[in-house]
Design a protein around this ligand. Structure first.
Ligand SMILES: Nc1ncnc2c1ncn2[C@@H]1O[C@H](COP(=O)(O)OP(=O)(O)OP(=O)(O)O)[C@@H](O)[C@H]1O
Length: 773
């Protein structure tokens, strides 16, 4: 190993000694520390400075070269953001002896250290690292101590060496940590041999980084791992568009255009794909290319669905008895179920798995309540959790993909409901407590907002459903598909192999809802009426006026007594002159302006102030907050005000308070305006929706439909009518590649043709007692 002793010329550095650590994260090795400045070529007056970065085992009384840039923090002042660093090893004999006898090396005293330097000379460190036996010649140094010294040296020097090497390719210390943990001292050698291998081995190591390194090293553009890494990259990128696989020809042409190399032939790509298939890094089947996790998710989900469908329901309720029960529920609820609604209750009671779909206001929630009551009545079960000795004895499971959707389900049914992730005991990484070995307990599961469930989650959920549990899937097929890969609800419906009831009759419209009417006009491609009504208004305005108009509507609603959490602005995109980021800034200035009393913190993207409405952007199961949860900043603590010596932001969500440290601020965003995608599964009393030509590439029927159906009491659309009409007339052109429908057809057809669904086959699937009345 080459020993780097001095920074390169022109390289900015601060040489310093650790005074104390202010913060350190054991897992990621991210640290903030105060150091004493010993020497620097930066313009720096101070004798101490705060550094931050990813370090490996920083030791006190050891001096280091830190390379990085100054970061001016509005509150904490100047800090040095370290991009790489290395231990300063003095070249003098005394310096080396002091280093080797420091606390870093257990069991090496001054005497032994002096002997080592005497015998190995000035280059002692490199010699020890390069030659495993170099220390064996030192008299009085036991082999065990010698080996330990070498290991410690290697680890410290090794990481620094790797970090410095990677820094030249703009690879930060965080990624360097990951790489070092994976390959240890072989990292540099392996990177030089084949940077593309890192794309496979290291989570988050991008193809483009590998490609840049390979280009600088002069690796051939047709190197097989380049083609392989390109293929993985193409497949991973396609997940962002919702695909589960890519057809071979699409995959090949995407790889060719990514690699952009004249010498590359299709045959070479096919050869690489075949090799990757052999190594199980991709799966080739029927001319399709899958990433294994997606292939197995589709396969697993369809198999578990079949497993559940195969076990018939033992108890069949005679139709006369069911009618009596439903009659008594109607009396209790003071309503009379429509024909479709009756069919839905009847089928859900008799089908092992059923799908209930329909637009807003068609009575999905009403039917869910009916089903629960009817099921409880037939099986003589209580719907009161308190009547059961243990929580786990409660026979009904109500779940939804987002926290807000689960909360709505809980509010509308009065029964406990939770997110699918919580139900399955997700650990925040790859592990689910509930799975095929440790399944859920209960008799009936209702999964709401199923259009948001992607194929991975569907697989995890269904594997945890025991054979004898009845399943009700509820969702609106016209809403946006899941953010993750697949279109599970749409695929399930298209098979026609699973009983479903589509509710079409609108009930809320009967109460005179223009919002619902508009949603159904969009859903059925009918002429759109944008006339003003008690719950709807379309305010025409140009893009530049948008911010002003929206803030005015927002303020008026507040004056009328609504709270900030009741009013939600929904927009399709972040960056545009009428984008989410800009609208949030404008709204914040008016709704929650800067005052002397209110504390605030600044990040590169936003200012967060006490009283601000914010949204969580990722799942954080350890704190019980999930992607899409909306809360309010209730307190901001300064560094010196808490024992952790960290600035902290406290956010109150509906059922908990969560403390965020600065490094977690990227997990939140202002939420006066949020994206339509993030609003899926939530509802708000007032929705304000800007629509402009500036959003043109995002304007789609299912996007606008999703936004509109989020509003419960009032919907105000503002912007350009033509843009809105263009959007609702534009069908979602992006097709998702999935094989779920085909798999389900293969797996379920035998079942379908057998007696289990005989009654559905013989009769109209919408058959109900009404037909006999
Ligand atoms: N059979 C019925 N008779 C009278 N009112 C009904 C009937 N079914 C539903 N409703 C009423 O229609 C309204 C909408 O019903 P519900 O909330 O169940 O629909 P939904 O499909 O869940 O709607 P959303 O998805 O918008 O929440 C409610 O006020 C409900 O009481």
């Amino acid at each position: 190993m080459e020993q780097i002793k001095q920074p390169a010329e022109n390289e900015s550095y601060i040489r310093g000694e650790l005074l104390h650590l202010i913060f350190t994260n054991e897992v990621e090795h991210f640290s903030i520390a105060k150091i004493k400045v010993l020497d620097t070529n930066e313009t720096l007056e101070e004798k101490t400075i705060v550094i931050k970065g990813y370090f490996y085992n920083l030791q006190p009384e050891t001096s280091y070269y830190f390379f990085g840039v100054f970061d001016k923090h509005p509150r904490f002042g100047t800090q040095y953001k370290v991009t790489s660093y290395k231990t300063f090893i003095p070249e003098t004999k005394d310096g080396l002896v002091a280093y080797l006898s420091s606390d870093l090396f257990y069991g090496i005293g001054k005497k032994t250290a002096a002997k080592i330097v005497d015998q190995l000379g000035e280059n002692a460190i490199s010699k020890i690292i390069d030659d495993p036996e170099a220390l064996y010649a030192i008299s009085g140094l036991k082999k065990k101590a010698a080996d330990q010294l070498r290991v410690t040296l290697q680890e410290n020097q090794g990481f620094e060496h790797v970090a410095i090497y990677l820094a030249q390719y703009n690879i930060g210390l965080k990624m360097a940590q990951k790489i070092y943990q994976n390959y240890k001292d072989e990292a540099v050698q392996l990177l030089e041999a084949d940077p593309y291998q890192f794309v496979f081995d290291i989570d988050g190591f991008g193809f483009r980084t590998a490609d840049e390194i390979a280009r600088q090293m002069g690796l051939p553009a047709t190197h097989p791992t380049r083609i392989g890494a390109g293929c993985i990259y193409v497949l991973q990128t396609s997940i962002q568009e919702g695909h589960v696989y890519l057809p071979m020809d699409v995959c090949i042409s995407s790889i060719c255009s990514l690699l952009n190399t004249k010498e590359l032939t299709e045959a070479m790509v096919v050869e690489t794909l075949t090799a990757l298939n052999k190594d199980k890094q991709v799966i080739l089947q029927d001319g399709n290319v899958y990433l294994p996790s997606l292939y197995y998710a589709e396969d697993g989900f369809s198999s578990h669905l079949k497993r559940i469908l195969q076990k018939p329901i033992e108890h069949q309720t005679p139709i006369a008895e069911l009618m009596k029960i439903i009659g008594s529920i109607e009396e209790e609820e003071i309503l009379s179920y429509g024909k479709e609604q009756f069919t839905a209750i009847n089928q859900a009671i008799h089908a092992k798995v059923m799908i209930l779909t329909g637009g807003p206001g068609t009575g999905k929630t009403t039917v869910i309540k009916g089903i629960l009551k009817a099921y409880a009545n037939i099986h003589e079960l209580s719907l009161q959790p308190k009547d059961y000795e243990y929580k786990s004895d409660f026979p009904f499971i109500l779940t939804a993909p987002t926290g807000r959707a689960a909360k709505r389900l809980n509010e509308s049914t009065g029964l406990p409901a939770m997110t699918v992730h919580r139900l399955l005991g997700w650990d925040g990484n790859q592990t689910f407590e509930k799975n095929e070995h440790e399944q859920l307990s209960g008799k009936f599961i209702i999964i709401d907002e199923f259009s948001m469930v992607d194929i991975w989650l569907a697989n995890h959920l269904f594997k945890a459903i025991p054979d004898d549990m009845q399943v009700l899937i509820v969702g609106d097929e016209d809403q946006l598909p899941s953010v993750g890969p697949g279109q599970v609800l749409a695929d399930l419906l298209s098979t026609n192999r699973i009983p479903f009831v589509r509710l079409t009759e609108v009930y809320r419209q009967k109460e005179g809802s223009k919002i619902i009417q508009l949603a159904h006009e969009i859903k059925k491609d009918e002429p759109i009426n944008l006339g003003k009504d008690h719950d709807f208004n379309f305010i025409q305005c140009g893009t530049t006026q948008m911010g002003h108009v929206i803030t005015k509507i927002f303020t008026k609603a507040l004056e009328k007594g609504f709270e900030t959490k009741d009013i939600q602005v929904l927009a399709p995109m972040y960056r545009s002159e009428a984008g989410i980021t800009k609208l949030n800034q404008e709204l914040q200035q008016v709704i929650n302006p800067k005052t002397n009393q209110k504390r605030e913190v600044r990040t590169q993207e936003a200012i967060f102030r006490t009283g601000d409405k914010v949204i969580q952007l990722v799942n954080q199961p350890e704190d019980g907050v999930y992607n899409g949860d909306i809360g309010e900043v209730v307190a901001i603590f300064r560094e010196e005000e808490n024992t952790e010596q960290e600035e902290q932001l406290v956010i109150a969500y509906e059922d908990r308070e969560v403390v965020y440290e600065r490094k977690d601020y990227r997990n939140i965003m202002l939420a006066y305006c949020i994206s339509i995608h993030k609003s899926q599964g939530s509802e708000f009393p007032i929705v304000i929706m800007p629509v402009a030509w500036a959003y043109q590439r995002m304007l789609r029927k299912n996007l606008l439909y999703t936004a509109i159906t989020r509003s419960k009491q009032s919907l105000i659309i503002c912007g350009e009518q033509e843009a809105f009409l263009y959007g609702v007339a534009t069908k979602n052109k992006s097709h998702r590649y999935t094989t779920l429908t085909q798999l389900l057809m293969e797996k379920l057809t035998v079942l379908y043709e057998s007696n289990i669904h005989a009654n559905l086959e013989e009769n109209d699937s919408n058959l109900s007692p009404y037909d006999f009345m």
